[in-house]
Design a protein around this ligand. Sequence first.
Ligand code: PMP
Length: 399
Amino acid sequence: MMQAQRLGSVRPSMILGLVQKARSLAAEGKPVIDLGIGEPDFTTPDHVKAAAIAAIGADETRYTVVPGTVALREAIRGKLARENGLDYALSEITVSNGAKQVIFNALMATLSPGDEVIVPAPYWSSYPDIVAVAEGRPVIVDCPQEQRFLITPEQLEAAITPRTRWLLLNSPSNPTGGVYSRADLAGLAAVLARHPHVHVLSDDIYEHLMFDGHRFASILEVAPALKPRVLVVNGVSKVFAMTGWRIGYAAGPQEIVTAMNTVQGQSCTHAGSISQAAAVAALTGPTDFFAGRARSFEARRDIVVAALNAVDGIECLVPEGAFYVYPRCAGVIGRRTPAGEVIGSDTDFCRYLLEQHFVSAVPGAAFGLSPHLRISTAAPAEALRSASARIAGAVNALT
Ligand code: PMP
């Protein structure tokens, strides 16, 4: 087989596999409600689309510099200063094809074989696999529902070794919607202060989707002294509903950003020039719709959480941000479907939900903490109500 050794421990994306299956059932005419994918159901703002069209008209269609156009990095610098109180030079900012490639570049640029990366579980499913592609070793730390799916300072302390390079932090979290409070972050920062070799990759992509009146806090806001070893990662996919445009960015220590640009310069060169122009419009344009979107996701969260908590066998914590709920489904494990199949895992449960009740959700196994399932709330309220009713029906049909 012509496959590189470094791909040995990389799993194909379970989520993309499920999406494929849901789509083929829908193509057969089945009434599928797809709550599998993490994608906002809004559309890209009109002024952003107009900026892209204008960029095409103005022939902004040539190669740009590797880290992203000066205009875009200026816009990112402005955003980080205005919204996060962070001050970065243009040379400390880099743009890539989505936050996913930003993270890929960062890990490819900094990991040597066997270097360790602390990944609190449940995690965004790509984290351990990107670490594996970069020949690092993901150190998975279980963070169950009882601790609101967040890593504790004690767990962090215990996971650090001389080989630790990074802690991957994601708040609000995909898949749980969990949010680190200022106090939580201060606790982690105190541990990090004792281990100056550990860096933090702060994935802030859901920062504007915060609920219940809470304000987003990044670890740098709480512990500015960590700035020489924090890489702030963000992007336009989620809050501007621009997933397909593929623009993400990072700001951080010069040495790391320069190394990331080296990786990028020998792979994709840069993100698309039209998408970069669109992202300038997004990051310098109106932001007054953020709050309305967050409220909309909050209302949909409430529908799903209430409906699922009424189902015997399912327990759902109330997420504080993002657009996912991550209910525990321990109560369905070991039960039998009407066809006589035993539900042995969350993967079995999600397969049953999709094949028999046409609701697509992702098993907790994809995010490193079972038995759970991730349900995306980025769907119309009516679809969420129907899906919740189908899940209740599916569970009630088990014996
Ligand atoms: N980080 C997290 C936590 C995510 O959920 C996602 C998207 N699912 C990304 C990064 C990547 O987003 P993109 O590549 O579209 O910017």
